[in-house]
Structure formats: C-alpha cells, structure tokens
Design a protein around this ligand. Structure first.
Ligand code: 4AD
Ligand code: MG
Length: 431
C-alpha cells in the first residue's frame, strides 16, 4: 500500500493507501463508524463500514482514545461534502500508541486562558493548525518576494550592545560582566549590510519588554526587515505595497481551505490591491480628534488611534510625516519641513492597526551624532553605526513588517497570541 499524506489525497482517488497520523475524533452509528484522522498536513474523514472491513478493525476503534497515534489503510473516495473533497473507506488500523484517556482538550469550547496553558496540544486542533499554516505561507512569500527583487538575506545578531527602538523596552542580559540586550530590530545592522550589498533584508525574532497587555503586543515577535541603499522614502513605500499585495495574492491562491476553516470573509482580502491610500499625520490627527481621541499634534498615535484610522479604510493606509520628536532617532527629517520625518506607518484595515513601520534614515554624519546625543544614547556603542555616515554615506531606507500582526489581519483574529506557535506574553512564558 502506498503511503501518502492527507494533503495529497486528491492524487489518489479510488486507490488503496496508508496515512500515518493521529485520531482526531470519532463517532458511531451502529453499522457505520466515522473517524477523523489528522496527519499534520490536513484532516480527513475515515469511514468504517461493518460489511467492508475486518471485524477486528471495526471493533478496535471503540477502544481508541482521542489523539492516539495510528496508521490507517483504506481507499480514497471523492466526497463533495468533505472540506478536502475526499474521504477514506477504512480497511486497516495499526495502533502505534493508544493515548491516555485524559487528553485535556476536548473539541467543545474551552477558554483561551485554559487553552494557552495547553498550547503544546492546542496547536493540533484544526483552527490553530490553519492559522499556523497561513503563517508559514506568509513567511515563505516574504522570502520569495524579496529574493526575487534582488534582496540579499543577511542575519542580524540577536545579542546586541545597544538599543534600536528606544531604551524602555529592552530585555537585558549579562554578557560576561557587560550588559547586552535582546535585539528590538535588526535595522541598524541592516544599514551596515545595505552599504555592503545594496539591497538586504533580515528576518528573525525580535524582542520588546512591553509592559502592556494589548491584543497587538508580544514580547517576542518576528519581523521581516528590508533595507536598501540609494532608496528613498517613496521607493520604500512602493516596496511595502508590492510586498503586501503579493502576500495576499499568495494566501488567496494557496490557503483557501485554511481560510474556509477560519470562516474568513474572502472579499475583504480580495480588496488588498494597489494603489494604497496615503494619509498625512496632520490629517490623521484631525480625523482621530473628531472621533474623540485626546492625542495632540506631536504625540505618537496610540493603539486606539490606529483602530479608528483602520476602520476608515478597506485597504492599508500609509500614515506619513510623523513629527520628528515622536519617532526613533534614526528617522530622516523632511528637508521641506524638518519638524516631520520621511517615515510612515502602514495601518491595516478592519481595525488591525499598524503592521509596518519604516522610512528613510538619516545619512548625514553631523545630524546622526546630534540625534544620538539628543536621545541620550551612549555614543561609543553606536560608533560603528556613525561610521556608516562617514564612509560613503548614501540615501537609504527600509521598514519592518510584523509577521504576527499581518497573520492576525489575514485570519481576522482579535488577538495576535494565536499567530505564533508559542507566544511570549506579559508575565507568561509557559509552555
Ligand atoms: O515600528 P517598529 O517598532 O519599527 C522598527 O522596529 C523598525 N526598526 C523597523 C525597520 O524599519 N527596519 O516595528 C515594526 C513592526 C510594527 O509595525 C509591528 O507590526 C511589529 O513590528 N511590532 C510588534 N509586533 C508584535 N508585538 C510587538 N510588541 C511589536 N512591536 C512592533
Ligand atoms: Mg512602529
């Protein structure tokens, strides 16, 4: 018998095959029994018909507990009502392990707090599986897209001597008697790499000790960060737009089953096409104030402000030209109005808020030194970064896309904790 995966069943209609997996669920109606097998690539209904299977196998199912590991043999049949379009007429069952009977997750509703304590098992369920499968496709598309565009993958370090995104959210660790921090962003190293390779990106875990409990914040999250030399503010926005459009088109083409499991409104995803709208920070402040926000010109936007903006659009919107004083030290002031920077946040629609932050970087030697001083950052730790402005400085730009927020938006999840296999949240690091 040919061994296949559930994702391949479409190629084996009417054939006798085996599938290695786990018993997800079962029910019986006398002479016919139904089982759901999962194998990591999908979920498949198996049917045991008393007259078409050896009695020992027919009887075996009753004694098997939820999540038992099994190898099932049978004939693949088309079944229009099945989510995958197929089911299996089961002929044999080999038990690898009959699971203990006290499997904590039943298929009835549990609260998220309970499920998070069993995250190591929860990821076996259909919805969680679908979300993480979409995440993988998003990650894959980002790599493919950037590499096709000539961006060079560069790994930035995780242990760093200095901050990138302000000193208040650093995770500190001991580095042989010195202080080191888990990276908040690979950007500063990307800038060095862009001067060596032209177009680069890093893609890795980043860390923020955010002492707030919100539906958009994790302590550890993944960021895709492209950075390019001879690349201006507009080039940077165009790249973001193209990348987002590509991610959505890929997910729509390759994840229809997952989106169906998640009951995602596909029409909302189909709207994510070029061109994306622009909203100046000035106009954004007017808009949110009209909606009751207390944010004043000069403040960074809050999560609630982003939600308000987010609901005005059905495409991502570039909020641009933030005040210099509310953004990171490296942002380049607009020569036309130096009170504002050539930076933008890309705000996703449907209330999902910021998914990308980026912009053009300061390339002037004197100015970067001034900003490092103004932000009270230790100049000696940034000497290598300052050097980049001394030796062949050029206009350059980049951005960071948060993977988890993007996946939450695609999957329409109210909280980003389900978009990463093992979320790291405020005061919670188990499992
Ligand atoms: O806006 P941020 O802080 O920008 C940077 O770190 C830049 N250095 C990136 C760059 O230009 N290379 O973060 C970028 C994105 C946000 O838009 C958001 O999607 C995500 O990273 N992000 C978080 N996601 C989950 N949990 C958190 N605590 C996050 N903080 C930022
Ligand atoms: Mg930001």
């Amino acid at each position: 018998m040919k061994e296949i995966t559930i994702s391949e069943v479409g190629n084996y209609d009417t054939e006798l095959v085996t599938i290695k997996g786990w018993l997800y669920n079962q029910r019986s109606s006398g002479k016919v029994k139904f089982m759901i097998i999962r194998d990591g690539t999908g979920f498949l209904q198996g049917i045991l018909v008393k007259s078409e299977i050896e009695e020992k196998y027919f009887n075996l199912l009753d004694g098997l507990n939820h999540e038992s590991s099994i190898i099932v043999g049978g004939i693949i049949k088309k079944e229009q009502r099945a989510p995958s379009g197929y089911e299996m007429l089961v002929k044999t069952i080999e038990v690898v392990q009959n699971a203990e009977p006290d499997y904590p997750i039943s298929l009835k509703k549990h609260g998220v707090a309970f499920l998070m304590n069993y995250r190591h098992l929860w990821i076996r369920t259909e919805r969680q599986n679908a979300i993480l499968r979409i995440r993988t496709e998003v990650v894959k598309t980002i790599h493919q897209f950037l590499q096709k565009k000539g961006f060079f993958l560069i790994e930035s370090p995780i242990l760093t001597p200095a901050a990138c995104e302000g000193t208040t959210t650093l995770f500190e660790t001991d580095y042989f008697g010195d202080k080191a921090y888990l990276t908040q962003s690979g950007q500063l190293y990307n800038e060095a790499a862009a001067m060596a390779f032209g177009k680069v990106y890093c893609f890795g875990p980043t860390f923020r000790a955010e002492k707030s409990k919100t539906r958009r914040h994790l302590m550890e999250f993944w960021m895709a960060e492209p950075e390019a030399a001879y690349f201006d503010f507009q080039d940077n926005n165009h790249l973001q737009e193209e990348m987002i459009v590509e991610i959505f088109s890929h997910v729509l083409h390759h994840c229809s089953l997952e989106l169906k499991i998640l009951e995602r409104d596909i029409s909302a995803l189909e709207k994510i096409k070029s061109p994306f709208p622009y909203l100046s920070y000035d106009d954004a402040v007017k808009l949110i104030q009209k909606e009751g926000s207390t944010t004043q010109w000069g403040d960074d936007l809050t999560g609630e402000d982003e939600t308000i903006i987010s609901k005005y659009y059905d495409k991502p919107v570039f909020v641009h030209h933030f005040p210099t004083k509310c953004k990171a030290f490296y942002m380049k002031p607009d020569p036309v109005n130096p009170e504002t920077v050539l930076g933008a946040d890309l705000i996703a629609p449907e209330g999902f808020g910021e998914i990308i932050g980026g912009g053009e970087r300061i390339d002037d030697y004197q100015l970067i030194k001034e900003r490092i001083r103004e932000h009270k950052l230790p100049e000696k730790d940034y000497q290598w970064y300052i050097d980049l402005r001394k030796f062949g400085s050029v206009p350059h730009s980049g951005f960071g896309l948060g993977v988890e927020r993007t996946v939450a938006w695609i999957c329409n999840l109210s909280h980003i904790r389900e978009t990463i296999p093992f979320p790291r949240m405020l005061n919670k690091i188990y499992p």
